[in-house]
Design a protein around this ligand. Structure first.
Ligand code: HEM
Length: 180
């Protein structure tokens, strides 16, 4: 159990984000909903689904990578970044059975997750939530914000990451496209 504050994503009929599409990428999808509320409490009359996660410490980022990202990563909530994408994901038991050094080798040495992602900054703002330890249905909730004219480029980023060795360990992934 964790003492970290939870962030809740409640999908239903109210909330600041309008659902544009919910697309199952790998494994089971999520039920349809009209809007998503993001906040410190679950809420939504007529809730379709609720997910929560916590912002936790970095596992794989090395100091020089952290520094390089720090120079270019934008904050969340920029007024022009009206598009948001929530991507809940889970990795397989095969991934979780690996040792830390093996996971880092797949994540960056082989898959270049940070190197690929960094090319899309500062256009994309992001936040990673951990949910596995909370007993949630997904291991991670990933959140992205960008301006409407950056959507094609964001799609290209998704395609690049999904071709990596890291993604061969992804057993469930759902794309929830939102607009503020
Ligand atoms: C926008 C550019 C991106 C950047 C700069 C980026 C950067 C990072 C970094 C630095 C980490 C490591 C956190 C740690 O040390 O624990 C990470 C983890 C992660 N990222 Fe990305 N990322 C990007 C895009 C994406 C996208 C588009 C997805 C999903 C489709 C994604 C999914 C994840 C997941 C699930 C993790 C956790 C991996 C694990 O702990 O096994 N990232 N990302």
């Amino acid at each position: 159990m964790t003492r970290l504050p939870r962030t809740w994503f409640s999908a239903g009929s109210t909330g600041a984000y309008r659902v544009r599409a919910i697309k199952p990428v790998t494994g089971e999808g999520l039920p349809p909903a009209r809007r998503v509320h993001v906040g410190a409490r679950p809420e939504n009359p007529g809730v379709a689904w609720t997910l929560c996660g916590v912002v936790s410490h970095a596992r794989y980022t090395e100091s020089r990578e952290k520094e390089a990202l720090g120079l270019v990563q934008p904050p969340l909530g920029r007024p022009e970044a009206t598009m948001a994408v929530l991507i809940p994901m889970s990795k397989s038991a095969r991934w979780w059975d690996l040792a830390q050094d093996e996971r880092r080798a797949i994540f960056e040495t082989s898959s270049r997750h940070i190197e690929i992602g960094r090319r899309y900054l500062p256009a994309v703002a992001r936040r990673l939530y951990h949910a596995r330890e909370l007993g949630e249905p997904f291991d991670f909730l990933t959140w992205f914000e960008f301006a409407p004219d950056q959507e094609r480029s964001f799609d290209e980023l998704l395609a690049s990451l999904r071709r990596t060795e890291e993604w061969s360990y992804v057993e469930r992934e759902v794309e929830v496209r939102l607009e503020r």
